[in-house]
Design a binder for this molecule. Structure first.
Ligand code: NAD
Length: 367
């Protein structure tokens, strides 16, 4: 199969973690017989420094010509004082819009080898396997009007939350379909006791449930969901929610299972999928070779599953991560006091080697 991927390493630790993710992807392609076509482009601070634009046209064109985009991270203190449109983060927000990626998937999976990384007791967090499906292009973050206006001391700030039925239906459909591939339980999170947007949300999701009789749908207010996530995270399968609630709950779910460096995400729904670790550019550790590449590598697994539908290959990468963690390999963010740590490169090399051996075993079994 042909895999056309654009890589956007971006800023800070982005290039360090993406180089390891690319090694793993190249090994998957070589080992499982796929033809990988890679194109690397600029985004964020590096693009601003080179082109004066956080998302140059050449980057957009390359992304739209590929099937999937693998992004590192954007953000650099050098641009913190700039206006919003001239900051690295503006490039990423625009890219999501350009790609029409309205469905953001954030898995939060508990790894037994990392039980000590969770702030929760092992008996509470053990078995947690949640998929959060967050609406990414609507709601409060994009609604108009938005402004801060008025005289100093009496200024007024406005943001608008707005959702249309088609917008709710398309994200809900993605969530129902994903629930069908998992434990068939879908929880829709809203605030329908207070917000009109949430009332419409609940009505549309309930109506759509008739098309998915094999999925058990339930509803919860966002405040109750936040509490239930820490009290009984194993009770969740797929969570469907709007943009802002999803932003908060997905970070919370990530915190429950451990380090930020472990978390991967997929933004799908448009013609080209966008895959990126959840963490930012981590300027405090950039260039030291100590960043955890697992979030970027698990983003490759999401890409193999959701864009290329290569389930065996996706599972192989995930198994490589589990095996590496079981083998005791830890980047600094995962290590407990006194534990030996490995570099970004060593961690990536372990998973690449696992994939190489797994592909050989797979090919031998097939012949
Ligand atoms: P961050 O995620 O970059 O870092 C938070 C903390 O986690 C830091 O201490 C960092 O060292 C650590 N960390 C993050 N990723 C790690 C990894 N892979 N391995 C080990 N440790 C890791 O968040 P921040 O410090 O709030 O933001 C830094 C910059 O990144 C800002 O410019 C921000 O706007 C940007 N940002 C970008 C994205 C993105 O590109 N999707 C997301 C969040 C923040």
């Amino acid at each position: 199969m042909q895999l056309r991927v654009t890589s956007l390493p971006g800023d800070g630790i982005g290039p360090e973690v993406i180089s390891q993710a690319i090694c793993v992807l190249e090994e998957v392609a070589a080992g499982f017989g796929h033809d990988l076509e890679l194109d690397e482009k600029e985004i964020g601070g590096v693009a601003l420094a080179k082109f004066g634009n956080p998302l140059p046209d050449s980057t957009i064109q390359a992304c739209l010509a590929s099937q999937a985009v693998l992004l590192g991270a954007v953000g650099s203190p050098a641009f913190d004082h700039k206006p919003r449109e001239l900051r690295p983060e503006a490039g990423l927000l625009r890219l999501r819009q350009e790609l029409g990626a309205f469905a953001n998937l954030r898995p939060a999976v508990f790894y037994p080898a990392l039980a000590a990384c969770s702030p929760l007791r092992e008996e509470i967090v053990k078995g947690t396997d949640i998929l959060i499906v967050r609406e990414l292009l609507g709601g409060l973050y994009f609604g108009q009007p938005r402004s801060i206006a008025g005289e100093p001391g009496a200024r007024q700030a406005i943001n608008t939350m707005s959702y249309g039925e088609p917008e709710i239906e398309r994200i809900a459909r993605v969530a129902f379909q994903l629930a069908q591939t998992r434990r068939r339980r879908l929880l829709s999170v809203d605030k329908s006791n207070v917000l009109e947007c949430s009332r419409l949300w609940r009505e549309v999701v309930t109506r759509l449930a008739r098309d998915f009789p094999d999925v058990q749908l339930s509803h919860m207010y966002v405040d109750s969901a936040a509490m239930a996530l820490v009290l009984k995270p194993v009770g969740f399968d797929v969570i469907l929610t709007e943009n802002m609630f999803g932003d908060v709950l997905s970070d919370q779910a990530g915190g429950i299972v451990g380090s930020l460096g472990l978390l991967a995400s997929a933004s799908i729904g448009g013609p080209v999928g966008l895959y990126e670790p959840v963490h930012g550019s981590a300027p405090d550790i950039a260039g030291q070779g100590i960043a955890n590449p697992l979030g970027a590598i698990l983003s490759v697994a999401l890409m193999l599953r959701h864009t290329f539908h290569l389930l065996k290959e996706a599972e192989c990468v995930e198994a490589g991560v589990i095996s590496t963690l079981m083998g005791g390999f830890r980047t600094r963010d995962l290590a407990r006091p006194g534990e030996r740590t490995v570099s970004t490169e060593e961690m990536g090399a372990q998973i690449t080697e696992f994939v190489r051996l797994a592909a050989i075993a797979n090919n031998q079994a097939a012949s």
